[in-house]
Structures are given as C-alpha cells and as structure tokens.
Design a protein around this ligand. Structure first.
Ligand code: TEU
Ligand code: CA
Length: 561
C-alpha cells in the first residue's frame, strides 16, 4: 500500500450548527469554530471535516444546498471561511468540506430554471418524468425520509426524482454537463486552500439503466431505495472521472460515505489509486437494520460490535484504510449505542474509545465524543428537528407500535442525539450560545462538559488526548498506523481484544466490558517483560500467559514476542 501524508493523522468532525455560536443567535457559526481552533489543536487532531455550511434552506440541515459557492449567512461569510482556512493552516490543521452532490436543494437556481423550462439545459440536470394522467408514479421507490421518491415539478406536468427529501432533488449524473459543474465546484474549493472533502451519500448517484418497480416491502406499497441501488451498475465511471478531473490535480484527501460496499469493489474504491483516499467503515452502524423501520432494528451487543469490527478488517486486509468511527451527525452517540447503562461509566467510555481508536484505519472523532457526550431523552415528538426522526416516529406508529415505544426508539436512534449543542461548560446552554439554542441542549451538560474535564487528569477528554498522542508516538506509529490487525478470538463474552503487528513489534489492545474481572489468554510468549503503554483505570495485571482485566478496564500493552 502506498503511504500517504494523512495515514498517521486523526480527524475530527464538526457539525457547525451545534459547535459554537459566536453572536448569540443560537446557531453555531464559523467564527465560533475559529474561537475553538486552539482547543482542537490541543486535543491533537489534524483534519477537520465541516458538515455543510453552504447556502441552504436547512430542510435537511445543510445537506440541501442552494448555492455551492456561497456560505449560508447563518454560518458567516466567505471572508469568515477564508479566515478559518488560514487560521487552521497556521495551526497545522486541514479543513475538509462536505461534498453533497447526489442532490441539491429545490431552491437552487438549477432547479428553479428546470421548473421554468423542463426541456431546457437545466431540466437535464435532474431526473424528470411526465406525470401519468391516472396518477401512477414512474416507480414505487420509497425515499429515505419517507413517502414516494417522486414529486411534482412545480408549474409543470412533470415529476422529479428525490431519493432523500422532496426538497432534495436528485442530480442527473448521466449528464456530462452536470458532472462538469460538480468538478468545477470541487476545483474552486480546492483553490481556496481546503484539504479535500467528505463525500455525501455518493453511492446513490448511479441509478439503474431502466427505472421500474420492485416488490413492496411495507404496507405503503413502496420499496426501499436499496433495491434500485443493487441493480445500478457502473458508478465507477463517474467516480473515476471525478477523481481524475477534480481530486487528483490537487492530491485532495477524500473520504467517501459509502454504505453496503461490495467486497470486490473495495480495491477500486480505496485501494492504491482508488476513487477515494478512504471511506467509512459502517459495519456496526448498519448492523440489525430492518426494512420495517428504526423501531424494528436489532440492537447490537458488545459481542456483535466486536464481530462487526473483525469482519470489516477481514474484508479490507491491507488493501487500503477505512475511516473508523463510533458516531457521526446521523447516528446515536456511540457511548449510548454500544454501551449498556451498566457499562456507561467514564471507564467504559474510555474502554470503547480504546478499541475503536487503535484499529487499523484513520480515526474520526465526532464533536463531543471526546468528552463522552450521550444521547438525550426525547419526551415528545414536538422536540424533534430531524426529518428522518419525524418520519421514523410516523412509521412506528403506523405499524401499530405504542407512542411510548416509538419515542424510546427515537431516544435511541434519533439523529438529533448527535446534534444537540456541544457542551463547553456548565453555564447556561452549556456555554454554546448566549441566546436560545436552535436545538435544546442535553440537560446533563452540568456534569459532562469540556471545562470540567480539562481540569481533570482522569477525564474522558484527557484519555482521548493520550490515545491520540499514543497513536502518533514515533516509537509506536509504525505499529498503530501500518501494522496488521489480528483479532484475538474466543476471549469471551463482552471482551474485545486484538493485536497490532508491525515495525518489528506486537501491541495488544484489550478491553473488558463486563463489570466483573476477566482473564485473557495471551499468545505464546505472552506478556513476560511486556510494557503497559496505556490503561484506562488502575494498572494492568499480567504475567507470561494471562492478562487480567478488572471490570470495564482496557489496556494497551507492548508484548515481548
Ligand atoms: O446520509 C446518507 C444516508 O444514507 C443517511 O440517510 C443515513 O442512512 C441515515 O441518516 C441514517 O440515519 C447523508 C448525510 O450524512 C445525511 O445527514 C443526509 O441527511 C443525507 O446524506 C442526505 O444528504
Ligand atoms: Ca451564530
């Protein structure tokens, strides 16, 4: 595998709307991010991915873009953006923008022009179909956010395709003129001095050659978008072209949001010279998903989580680098999803951090994860902002699920969990804003906040700093960054253990998520003369053949074999 500048870095995702509000309007902004750059530098991260800050009606919180060349005034100005890029650069930090080009907003001028003249240039930027007089839709595809994926093109007798929300019309990638517009925009941003992009929902850009119905999978008579995606062939032509025309000239760093990748596609996507630098490993995020809806999702245990992790590494081997996460702006908080109430102590949170962070891959930290932010109890539907959660509630209730259980599902899965304001201190609204926050903060900010943890050696935040420093330590970098990932199977229920081998050394990473003590049998040669590199709490007890971990203890040990 060819070595790249970003392999030994650590990335951090900022959800700008909820990170830091500098002017008291309740909405996080670019000046707020600038104020916190020293905090991020001190944490030790290198790459900052910003969720979208372009002009947008915010129907899907910025993933519906009305102008790819302008900053939404709620987030700031282009001057603020330039200042952010420059200030980041001064500190050795690289900015990634979010590339959202499966769809734009229905308030984008392309879409407005398509409505005025569906047969003209911009009509061809979208997937348009004539309306059937009998009302039958072109296909029975269900949009990701609920309901049919076809809507009326305003003022015309046509329909347009939207696989996400009605305010997110799909862009027609079959049209070379549209593709050139996308590449022009990418190059324009690269010229501004960003390091690259996180690439949104990219797998959706290729549709099947023939549009047709699939068997319905719910009572609404519609069929999941997944069926259409399974039939779509040839996405590589678009992705290869985008790489060659837009990313490669700048050696841009790119991370793809790719779901359900086929095993044989991994080398093409992220092998040497692949379409992207890296892509997220979502194996654990998609575990247990059900066509019926969120309410029917099977929750995973620590044993499931371990198997997902091991399966992902078997799949990727050393073909390339996954980007590893435990949460993002679409997912529940990792500590709420993967840990049970019993496990969700500071020790348990650090143990979870240890096992995901030291995998082979590029670790991403989502804002607030570094202080162990948790899901928030959702008491009424009225509290919800996220369109996906609102639909999930309706789907659950329509399926006969009680309102109480439907709300419980949302407390577990809602995308709003990750979008509550960043908890900076114990002042009003967690120190996020001097005004009223756009989305209410999690009331636990009085206990879980940055300021409190900065002052405490044994905090989750202090532990994340140690993990970051350990991965970058020149003495172990070769092992943590490039070393092989070798699972230690059969360590027992609620235990995750693996070896990292490389740079002529072997490092054991192990965590016990039980509340009682557990013993882990070590490979021949074991820990005799081994050295503890990191432990979340207390001390690691080991001899030649066995590592004994206390309840919720995690340890990283340099083995002498
Ligand atoms: O997400 C793509 C996607 O497939 C999501 O629908 C995901 O499966 C879901 O959010 C899980 O709950 C991206 C963005 O990350 C998301 O925020 C956007 O809403 C979506 O694309 C549309 O742009
Ligand atoms: Ca603001």
């Amino acid at each position: 595998m060819e070595r790249k500048w970003w392999h030994d870095k650590v990335a951090y995702q900022i959800y700008p709307k909820s990170f830091m509000d500098s002017n008291g309007d309740g909405i996080g902004d670019l000046q707020g991010i600038i104020r916190k750059l020293d905090y991020l530098k001190d944490l030790g991260v290198d790459i900052l991915w910003l969720s979208p800050i372009y002009c947008s009606p915010l129907a899907d919180e910025g993933y519906d873009i009305s102008d790819y060349y302008a900053i939404d005034p709620r987030f700031g100005t282009m001057e603020d953006m330039e200042e952010l890029i420059a200030e980041a650069k001064k500190r050795g930090l690289t900015i990634l923008m979010d590339l959202v080009v499966n769809h734009c907003s229905d308030e984008h001028e392309w879409f407005k022009k398509a409505c005025e003249d569906p047969e003209g240039r911009y009509g061809k930027f979208f997937y348009l179909r004539d309306k059937d007089p009998g009302g039958k839709l072109p296909t029975n595809w269900r949009s990701y956010f609920g309901g049919p994926s076809w809507a009326e093109l305003p003022g015309t007798d046509k329909l347009y395709l939207h696989v996400f929300h009605t305010k997110q019309p799909d862009l027609n990638w079959e049209n070379p003129e549209l593709r050139e517009e996308v590449y022009r925009n990418i190059r324009w941003w690269m010229e501004k001095g960003i390091g690259g992009f996180r690439i949104d929902a990219i797998i959706n850009i290729k549709k099947p050659a023939v549009f047709h119905d699939y068997p319905a999978d719910r009572d609404d008579g519609l069929s999941s978008i997944q069926n259409m995606l399974l039939e779509a062939e040839g996405i590589g032509e678009f992705l290869g072209e985008m790489r060659d025309k837009a990313f490669a000239p700048y050696d841009a760093f790119t991370v793809g949001e790719v779901f359900n990748e086929r095993e044989e596609d991994i080398p093409l996507f992220i092998g040497d010279g692949g379409y992207f630098s890296t892509m997220f490993d979502f194996t654990a995020e998609i575990f247990g998903r059900s066509e019926k809806g969120w309410f029917d999702t099977k929750r995973l245990t620590i044993d499931d989580f371990r198997e997902c992790m091991f399966a992902a590494h078997r799949k990727i081997g050393d073909i390339g680098f996954y980007s590893t996460i435990i949460e993002n702006h679409d997912e529940p908080r990792g500590v709420s999803r993967y840990l049970t109430d019993e496990m969700r102590t500071e020790g348990g949170k650090k143990a979870l951090a240890t096992v995901y962070f030291l995998r082979r891959g590029l670790p991403f930290i989502y804002q607030g994860q570094e202080i162990g932010m948790e899901n928030k109890r959702i008491r009424t539907v009225a509290e919800l902002d996220d369109i996906s959660s609102i639909d999930a509630y309706k789907v659950a209730v329509d399926a006969g699920i009680s309102k109480e259980r439907a709300l419980e599902t949302l407390t577990f899965f809602s995308r709003d969990n990750a979008r509550t304001p960043m908890q900076w201190n114990e002042e009003a609204h967690a120190g996020f804003t001097k005004g009223e926050p756009w989305l209410a903060e999690n009331p636990n900010y009085t206990c879980i906040n940055v300021q409190e943890q900065l002052g405490r050696e044994d905090s989750v935040l202090a532990y994340y700093k140690k993990l970051i420093a350990l991965r970058k330590d020149p003495g172990y970098k070769e092992t943590f960054v490039y070393g092989a990932f070798e699972p230690l199977p059969d360590c027992g229920h609620n235990v995750i253990a693996y070896l990292r081998k490389g740079g002529a050394q072997t490092i054991l990473v192990a965590a016990n998520f039980n509340t009682g003590e557990r013993q882990i049998k070590l490979p021949a040669g074991g820990c005799t003369g081994g050295k503890t590199l990191l432990v979340n709490e207390g001390e690691a007890a080991f001899d030649g053949s066995v590592l004994t971990l206390k309840g919720l203890q995690a340890a990283v040990i340099l083995l002498k074999i």
